[in-house]
Design a protein around this ligand. Structure first.
Ligand code: SAH
Ligand code: SF4
Ligand code: F3S
Length: 469
């Protein structure tokens, strides 16, 4: 069942926050929190809400775990190495806990939503005081209070399907870029993927909530809004309000700003969506369209519901309609049963599409998924060789991909100091490409027209045209 949190829940949320604030106000120094989010942008966005709640409870923040009074890890389960990293990090806190008995350690997010992981943390990591799943972030104030006031270990990992908690406080990492989740969970059950199991069923925020949040962010001065969801193209089913329609609604505010989004699933990405981007004033010309494999046979086994013909049709249309479109993708190498013949089809696809960049992963077996039961005869060494071959192919494409911008004038928001050479500032084009150009600290926050003079594999550089406005 999908539901929004009730008035009573909101009231109890506020009461617990007030109680913790009262306790914290008696402390000699402002108590400090360390929050670290692993994994995807959704998790980072959840982390910003965890910080928002902690700030209301009277905590300050520190990047140093040794200084912290409360440490919260918001974890990711997408691949085994992500999980190993978290276990390493939790293990390292044992010493801190011995030195500071009052330290509270909380571990939440996607990893703990898996039974075997929650069990392992409960049994083998006694230093962890609070374990919270992905559906109960709004109950953190109660859990922290009960730990603080009653010194009781808190384990709260309901396997329910998705609450939407509107109105949680948030502390954003940046003053110019803001992430806005538009939906939660996933219904796609790609056969390799753990996300639907740990994040629950797909559910969209009401269009009115999203539109008014984006409008206020733009009024506050945010220049780039990143809309988040595991499959934004299927946004709004329960509200009868398509993603293309949402984008159109967000394109009409006053002022200069950019709306970007991730992630698009090729099975739900429509020509209408591409038209909406092409005809918009503010939508990013960047399409992240994860393909995972270039082999139809593997795509079927992955349960992706599209084939190469459809995918390439979308890519061709995007290239035709969207000026200098930036295309990026995700690829999995070594899916169970993948042969070298299948893998070669992925390489051919890379050559055909010529992505600006690709996020490439070696398949990682996830307990409980359909692919985990499939035969996986190819050795890790062989998969490693394929993986390096894929990187070589993509790196060679990336070397020249940005040549298409040379000689063109691009509009850029100055965001900070550039990395290509001294004296250069940096920003992103509408395609999301990094562009470095002359300027100084006074340029930050202003828009410039920059004529691109040089293309590097990861950025372009250029000179100013006219004045800032
Ligand atoms: N919802 C997004 C991506 C979510 S996870 C989408 O559908 O595209 C981000 C990426 O991690 C995926 O695109 C996939 O390439 C990779 N990934 C997911 N599960 C994986 C696994 N078990 N092993 C290796 N890579 C995986
Ligand atoms: Fe995972 Fe597929 Fe859902 Fe993406 S669409 S989160 S890859 S199940
Ligand atoms: Fe990881 Fe959970 Fe995101 S598994 S990729 S943090 S949704």
């Amino acid at each position: 069942m999908i539901r929004e949190i009730t008035q009573e829940e909101k009231q109890s949320f506020n009461e617990y926050i007030a109680k913790i604030k009262e306790i914290n106000s008696k402390s000699l120094n402002i108590p400090l929190a360390h929050v670290h989010s692993f994994g995807c942008q959704q998790n980072v966005s959840d982390g910003e809400k965890i910080k928002g709640m902690l700030a209301q409870m009277g905590y300050g923040f520190t990047s140093d775990t040794a200084m912290a009074d409360i440490i919260i890890f918001n974890t990711c389960a997408v691949r085994e190495n992500a999980e190993d990293r978290v276990f390493g990090n939790i293990g390292a806190l044992k010493k801190l806990k011995q030195q500071n008995k009052g330290l509270i350690i909380a571990v939440g997010g996607c990893m703990v939503q898996q039974e075997h992981i929650a069990k392992r943390i409960r049994q083998s990591y006694p230093q962890v005081d609070i374990i919270f799943g992905t559906h109960v972030m709004h109950e953190l104030p109660r859990m922290i209070y009960e730990k603080l006031a009653e010194n009781k270990r808190q384990v709260n990992i309901p396997d329910m399907d998705g609450v939407i908690a509107e109105g949680l406080p948030v502390i954003r990492e940046s003053k110019v870029k803001a992430s806005v989740p538009i939906m939660y969970g996933c219904n796609n059950f790609c056969s390799y993927c753990i996300v639907p199991y740990v994040r629950g069923r797909e559910r969209s925020r009401r269009p009115g909530e999203v539109i008014s949040e984006v409008e206020s962010l733009i009024k506050e001065g945010y220049k780039e809004i990143l809309l988040l969801g595991q499959n934004v193209n299927s946004y709004g089913k329960e509200h009868n309000f398509s993603f293309a329609r949402l984008l159109s609604a967000l394109d009409n505010f006053e002022g200069e700003y950019k709306i970007s989004f991730m992630t698009s699933h090729p099975k739900d990405c429509t020509f209408e969506l591409i038209d909406t981007i092409a005809d918009s004033k503010h939508i990013s010309y960047h399409l992240h369209l994860p393909v995972q494999s270039g082999s139809n046979r593997i795509l079927k086994l992955m349960n992706r519901h599209y084939d190469m013909a459809h995918y390439l049709e979308l890519i061709e249309y995007a290239k035709k309609r969207i000026p200098d479109v930036a295309l990026t993708t995700d690829i999995i190498v070594g899916f169970p049963g993948e042969t070298y013949e299948d893998f070669k089809k992925t390489l051919e696809l890379m050559e055909k599409v010529r992505y600006d960049s690709a996020y490439t992963f070696i398949y990682s077996k996830r307990e409980g998924t359909v692919a985990a039961k499939m035969d996986d005869p190819v050795s890790d060494e062989e998969k490693g060789r394929w993986f390096r071959q894929l990187l070589d192919v993509q790196n060679a494409i990336g070397e020249t991909a940005y040549q298409r911008f040379v000689g063109k004038t691009v509009r850029v928001l100055c965001e900070g100091i550039g990395r290509t050479a001294d004296g250069l500032m940096t920003g992103h084009t509408r395609q999301g490409v990094i562009v470095d150009f002359p300027g100084d600290n006074g340029s930050i926050g202003k828009y410039y027209d920059v004529k691109v003079t040089r293309a590097l594999p990861w950025a372009v550089t250029g000179e100013l045209v006219g004045n800032a406005d």
